[in-house]
Design a protein around this ligand. Sequence first.
Ligand code: MN3
Length: 221
Amino acid sequence: MITMLSWILKQVQNDTEKHMTKYTLPELGYAYDALEPFIDARTMEIHHSKHHQTYVDKFNAAIEKYPELSERSPEELLKDLNSVPEDIRIAVRNHGGGTYNHAFFWKILKLNSNPENDAPELIKAINKDFGSLDNFKEQFSQVATNHFGSGWAWLVKNNDKLSIIATPNQDCPLSQGLKPILCIDIWEHAYYLKYQNKRADYVASFWNVINWTELENNFKA
Ligand code: MN3
């Protein structure tokens, strides 16, 4: 009995110690059905609780060997991949990227946000660099729709200039020295349940669920 009890206490202690150095899955900050009908609840639930969780777990597993890395956030590691030990660099790029990109993505999603009201400074910059918000949306949609295979499309800032890029897999603009402002996940897991092969329809719906307040913050940060 005492042996059993001390074994249980030891496990709890181990878990507590492990937990302290591990990155954890961030909360969405809203319900899984908050983006209906544009992004469905089932997709959000699987995407967050299964896909994102798996990136977090594999990121933690990758850095387990180097406890000193757990003191640096995925963001810091992605900004300086060359400082990551070579034997785990690809794992950090993929799973640290998956961990960071998804956390970033959840934050820029919201229903009923208005670009002109919620992101006045960003809209000025978009008008300057793309001519108009409509032009920007069209160019971004094309990049997101036409990117071959899995990856992400991004609006990024480099010094004071905005541009649209796509990254393959879970590659993050931070690793190219670019500051992300907006992104869309174009892996099939992000849209297949509702949109099947119609990525263009998913991208068109995406414009209804952008948190422009958050984009304004990203732009000004
Ligand atoms: Mn995803």
